[in-house]
Design a protein. Structure first.
Length: 119
């Protein structure tokens, strides 16, 4: 359905690494927090809201992917906000949620692929 699944999964794993680097004092090259919270600004989000939305909307797994993906972006934005405000302890706690939610996005995408992918 027009998605490079490996690239989408890799991009979401990169969010966690980038947030960890920022928390560790590394270069903060992440976009503004408001953009991070935007669930249709990344490749996977664009696919969910455009291509997949048209052809996969009838699947329960599509709704699940859309929901966990939105939650991931909100948690990532909260984490970035904590990092940028100097709340290192809060950001570390949030990073655990980012990692968990990233796994949920991966599982939801795999589930959707399992029911709607090529047979």
């Amino acid at each position: 359905n027009g998605l490079d699944m490996k690239s989408a999964l890799d991009a979401h794993l990169a969010w966690t690494r980038n947030l960890e680097q920022c928390l560790g004092g590394g270069d903060d090259r992440l976009p503004p927090t408001v953009t991070v919270a935007c669930d249709d600004c990344c490749t996977l989000g664009q696919w969910i809201h455009n291509d997949a939305g048209r052809s996969l909307r009838a699947f329960v797994e599509y709704a699940e992917l859309k929901a966990v993906h939105l939650a991931f972006h909100h948690i990532a934005a909260d984490t970035l906000g904590k990092i940028r405000s100097g709340d290192a302890a809060g950001a570390r706690a949030e990073l655990r949620h980012v990692r968990y939610q990233s796994g949920e996005v991966q599982l939801a995408l795999i589930r959707l692929y399992g029911v709607a992918g090529p047979k």
